[in-house]
Ligand binder design. Structure first.
Ligand code: SAM
Ligand code: DTB
Ligand code: SF4
Length: 343
């Protein structure tokens, strides 16, 4: 089931697990190795105990600054150094962002995530992003931003503007990270996450599977996430979208059941997190997505586009959730509100 990366470009790094870490890699790996029905049963049990409403959060993503990124993330169509056909664009105008946010809300999304193809935001960008956060929040949406590494003070600025979540992924296990990205270190990611936590923001942090990592390295990714203290409130699990021109294009695809296992293990090890079935859903198809929901996924990116690549059509997602009998988060919040006002 495990795969190996064709070429190893970098020396592996080892990050020590914290003392008394609740989820050491061997224990996480042991979950991966369970018979699938047993793993699904355990994940579903944890899921029901922690999310009795059983709803699915719809989070809409918007690329507020596309392409031209100086980093070398091997999976990313927005890295300027790879010839992927993604053009570098300027940061979007506030009105464009607000139109997209209003549309997302009208379509039933409860969270709006703004993504920028930056290594880290410059001060002149921060003002614009803060205005976006403030105005999107005022529409009654939860706000999330992913802007790259944050420096001292920037997380506080975003918090002050009304940001709820900051998304910053660790992407993979520490010992595989150097095979995928060389322009910033694993520790840089952890430092940004520390600043985000310190500022009182909620953390959205996950990774990508299907990049040629081994099963043990998938366990390493989940172990790192689950051992963050506290673990992230929101955990996006992306299935690599292979984009022509990126170094990871052409890898053998991951067995879809291994993706389902990754979701189940994330659910068991981070019982109260929103586990998001993120990039790569188009390639997974309905049956595998249904298994992911049974394994404890309770959030999706919703809208026809992710950042630069295609996502399932919103209509098809609504039809899928209806077919599976899964309520949306918006529907749950609506019925709670009706109950409390007695209407
Ligand atoms: N530039 C910022 C950064 O890297 O932190 C924010 C945007 S970046 C596109 C956000 C995340 O999207 C990455 O960390 C990665 O996990 C995910 N991502 C990017 N390209 C992907 C792909 N081709 N397939 C799956 N996930 C991808
Ligand atoms: C996350 O974990 N996945 C999203 C979001 N956070 C920013 C991004 C997925 C990007 C997929 C490739 C693209 O569309 O460019
Ligand atoms: Fe840049 Fe983010 Fe893409 Fe890396 S993942 S190349 S930092 S946009």
């Amino acid at each position: 089931m495990s795969q190996t990366q064709a070429v190893s470009l970098h020396r592996p790094v080892t990050i020590k697990q914290p003392e008394n870490a609740p989820w050491p890699v061997p224990e996480v790996l042991a979950l991966f190795e369970l018979p699938l029905p047993e793993l699904m049963y355990r994940a579903q049990t944890v899921h029901r105990a922690n999310f009795p409403e059983g709803d699915v959060e719809l989070a809409t993503l918007l690329s507020i600054k596309t392409g031209g990124c100086e980093e070398d993330c091997g999976y990313c169509p927005q890295a300027a150094r790879y010839d992927t056909g993604v053009e570098a664009k300027k940061i979007l105008e506030l009105d464009t962002v607000l139109d997209a946010a209003r549309q997302a809300k009208a379509n039933g999304a409860t969270r709006f995530c703004m993504g920028a193809a930056w290594r880290s935001p410059k001060e002149r960008d921060m003002e614009k992003v803060e205005a976006m956060v403030r105005e999107v929040k005022a529409l009654g949406l939860e706000t999330c931003a992913t802007l790259g590494m944050l420096e001292e003070g920037q997380a506080e600025q975003l918090k002050k503007a009304g940001l709820d979540y900051y998304n910053h992924n660790i992407d993979t296990s520490p010992d595989f990270y150097g095979d995928i990205i060389s322009t910033r270190q694993y520790q840089d990611r952890l430092d940004t996450l520390g600043r985000v936590r310190q500022a009182g923001l909620k953390i959205c942090c996950g990774g990508i599977v299907g990049m040629g990592e081994t099963r043990e390295q998938r366990a390493g990714l989940i172990s790192q996430l689950a051992n963050l203290n506290p673990y992230p409130e929101s955990v996006p699990i992306n299935h690599l979208v292979q984009v022509e021109g990126t170094p990871l294009h052409g890898l053998p695809p991951l067995d879809p059941l291994e993706f389902v296992r990754t979701i189940a293990v994330a659910r068991i090890t981070m019982p109260q997190a929103r586990v998001r079935l993120s990039a790569g859903r188009r390639e997974l198809g309905e049956a595998v997505q249904a298994m992911c929901f049974m394994a404890g996924a309770n959030s999706i990116f919703y809208g026809d586009k992710l950042l630069t690549t295609d996502n399932p059509e919103a209509n098809d997602d609504r039809a899928l959730l209806a077919k599976l009998g899964l309520p949306t988060r918006a529907a749950t919040l609506d019925s709670v509100q009706k109950e409390s006002c007695g209407c």
